[in-house]
Design a protein around this ligand. Structure first.
Ligand code: FES
Length: 360
């Protein structure tokens, strides 16, 4: 049976069939017959939607059954979700996978916060229904655990940034990890706490995971290096993963300054300090030009009424890649500057330093 399936898959992926079904490709025809049939593309049916929080920006976990083309994921990775909303072109956004590592074709979950103005996230949390089919990428990203695993780990997260470290924790526990994990998470209040019941059960169990939940708006302290040192005195010598809002990640980076132990993933790009920006920005394809505000090129293009392609707005999906023909840009995540001419840059995380021209 599985060899019949693999022969069928080989035929469906063959260049002969691709030529016969051009220009739409075999997947367009398969999708018409059954949206869960695919030769190359990945789609997923929404199996269930469960509310995690009922706060002003509610959070929900979507369980997805992918097509057989899904190659599985490693804990910590994310996926691009494409959605066709009535009257809009297909919108693509990136979400971290929250379930333990999956094998090819296996179900997995996304935990999503409905953001103000986040058309896709709001739709998925508040209006999507079981049975609906979403377009997906394969799993992406390098924010993952090493192989072999160290015997001590520190996970630090804030808000929805808990999803990739939760995927790692679930994977480690499922696979019998016998090391020790310090799990430190910040949520505004107990009502904003995602996975509250599961984390309470984790904290109560004898499983090597030390769970510390902090709720600053309910009297908990904000992150400090001293607090981390109290919970994990050896933290500077331990591999650590941090994911959350830029402010929290910056504080964690300060705590780890000078070590190579920390991996970070932003859940929102840092707000760029504007005000002392110089020069002007030219968007050559549209002929628009304006004084450089210091914001990212994506934000500056949008401020001029342009609508460049984008997905994550966090520098991870490459959907916004555009050609910079002149000038210097600074990566707002890393602070690195690049002055190369004719360079492909991600405009969502690139801010111009002086005059700059981009093909948009
Ligand atoms: S929108 Fe994803 S990298 Fe820019």
């Amino acid at each position: 049976m599985s060899s019949t399936r693999s022969i069928a898959r080989r035929v469906l992926r063959s260049s002969t069939l691709a030529a016969l079904t051009a220009p739409h490709g075999v997947d367009r025809y398969l999708e018409l017959v059954n949206p869960m049939w695919a030769a190359r593309e990945v789609r997923a049916r929404v199996v269930s939607i469960e509310r995690e929080t009922d706060t002003a920006n509610p959070v929900a976990t979507l369980t997805l059954q992918p097509t057989s083309t899904w190659e599985g994921h490693v804990a910590g990775q994310h996926v691009q979700v494409g959605l066709e909303l009535p009257g809009a072109r297909r919108l693509t956004r990136v979400f971290s996978i929250s379930s333990a590592a999956s094998a090819p074709g296996e179900e997995f979950t996304l935990t999503i916060r409905s953001n103000d103005g986040g058309t896709v996230s709001s739709y998925l949390v508040e209006q999507a229904r079981p049975g609906q089919v979403l377009h997906l990428s394969q799993a992406l990203g390098e924010f993952v655990l090493p192989d072999p695993l160290p015997d001590r780990l520190v996970f630090l997260s804030g808000g929805s940034g808990i999803t990739p470290v939760m995927a790692m924790t679930r994977t480690l526990l499922r696979d019998g990890y016998d090391g020790r994990i310090t799990f430190l998470h910040y949520a505004q209040t107990p009502a904003h706490q995602i996975y509250a019941d599961e984390l309470a059960a984790l904290a109560a169990a004898d499983n090597g995971v030390d769970v510390h939940l902090v709720h600053p708006d309910a009297g908990g302290d904000l992150f400090t290096t001293e607090a981390l040192a109290t919970l994990a005195p050896d933290y500077r010598d331990v591999d650590a993963w941090a994911c959350g809002p830029a402010g929290l990640v910056a504080l964690v980076e300060d705590a780890y300054a000078g070590t190579e132990r920390l991996r970070v993933e932003y859940f929102k790009t840092p707000t760029v300090a504007t005000g002392d920006a110089e020069g002007s920005v030219a968007f050559t394809r549209s002929g628009e030009q304006a004084a450089n505000s210091g914001a990212t090129l994506l934000e500056q293009a949008e401020a001029l009424g342009l609508t460049p392609e984008y997905g994550c707005r966090m520098g991870i999906c490459f959907s916004c890649t555009s050609r910079k023909t002149e000038g210097t840009v600074r990566n707002v995540l890393t602070g690195e500057e690049s002055a190369l001419p004719d360079e492909d840059i991600r405009v969502c995380v690139s801010a111009p330093v002086g005059d700059c021209s981009v093909e948009l």
